[in-house]
Design a protein around this ligand. Structure first.
Ligand SMILES: [Zn+2]
Length: 238
C-alpha cells in the first residue's frame, strides 16, 4: 500500500491532538492517509497497552486513515538510534508518502523532540540508494512540522472547521486517557475532560482566527512557500 500523506508521532493520540483535522481534510480531498505511532504508549499512567491499541484502532477508523502502524520504540525512551531510523526508513520505503507530518523539533516531552529527529532522519535515510535495507529507495518530497503545542510562529494554518467535530470524536476515542473510570480519575496526571475540551477548542479557535476561519491546525515548513498567483491569495488583510 502507498500513501499520499503520513503523520508520524511518538505516542498514540499525539496525531489526533495535533493534526487530526488535517488528516480528515486530506482524506476528504481524495488523498490516502496514514499514521505511524513510534511507541505503543505503554508508559502511560492510565490504560493497558491492549486497551490503548484498541483505542488507537478506533481513532484510526474515525480519522478514515488507510493505514496505521506502531514501530515498537520503547515509550519514554524515544531516540534517533540507527536501529529505529532504519525501521522508519523501511516503513517510508513501503508506504512512499509524498508528504510526511512530524512533531516540531522543540518540545517539553523528550519523546516528542526525539520523535522529530528520528522521523526526519528516517525519512532521509529511506532515500539513500547504498543503504543496506530492503525496498526501493524513496524520500518524501515534503516534511511538515506540527506546531500546535510549540511556542513558534507557524508557516501556515489549515482550515479544519468542517472536520472539527470528527477530530473531536477521534480524540475522545482515547477514553482511558481522557475519560478514566474509578481510581484512575484521581491520578495527579489525569487530564479532566473539560480541560481537554477547553484546550482543544481554544487552540483550534486561536489558529483558525489567525486565518479568518473558525478552527485551524498550524504547521511549519523549513522551506519558503512558493506562490504563483499573488492576486488570488486567501486570508484577508483588513
Ligand atoms: Zn505524546
Amino acid at each position: 500500500m502507498t500513501l499520499d500523506l503520513l503523520a508520524i508521532a511518538a505516542h498514540p493520540d499525539d496525531v489526533e491532538l495535533t493534526c487530526g483535522g488535517t488528516l480528515l481534510k486530506s482524506r476528504a480531498q481524495g488523498y490516502r492517509t496514514g499514521i505511524l505511532d513510534l511507541t505503543a504508549g505503554e508508559m502511560g499512567t492510565r490504560g493497558t497497552p491492549a486497551l490503548r491499541a484498541k483505542e488507537a484502532a478506533h481513532a484510526a477508523k474515525i480519522l478514515k486513515v488507510s493505514w496505521r502502524g506502531t514501530l515498537g520504540v520503547p515509550d519514554s525512551d524515544v531516540q534517533a538510534s540507527r536501529q529505529y531510523k532504519l525501521a522508519v526508513a523501511r516503513t517510508i520505503r513501503t508506504l512512499r508518502p509524498r508528504t510526511v507530518i512530524i512533531p516540531y523539533w522543540d518540545a517539553r516531552h523528550p519523546d516528542h523532540y526525539n520523535a522529530s529527529t528520528l522521523a526526519y532522519e528516517g525519512c532521509f535515510l529511506a532515500g539513500l540508494k547504498a543503504l543496506p535495507l530492503e525496498g526501493e529507495p524513496f524520500r518524501p518530497f515534503k516534511i511538515l512540522y506540527c506546531t500546535l503545542f510549540a511556542d513558534v510562529r507557524p508557516t501556515f494554518v489549515v482550515d479544519i472547521t468542517a472536520h472539527f467535530k470528527q477530530r473531536r470524536n477521534a480524540i475522545l476515542a482515547y477514553s482511558s486517557q481522557f475519560r478514566p473510570k474509578g481510581a484512575a480519575k484521581r491520578s495527579k496526571v489525569f487530564i479532566p475532560l473539560d480541560t481537554l475540551e477547553d484546550d482543544m477548542n481554544l487552540l483550534a479557535r486561536h489558529f483558525g482566527n489567525l486565518i479568518g476561519v473558525k478552527y485551524g491546525e498550524p504547521f511549519l515548513q523549513k522551506e519558503l512557500v512558493q506562490i504563483d498567483d499573488v492576486v488570488d491569495l486567501p486570508v484577508r488583510s483588513f
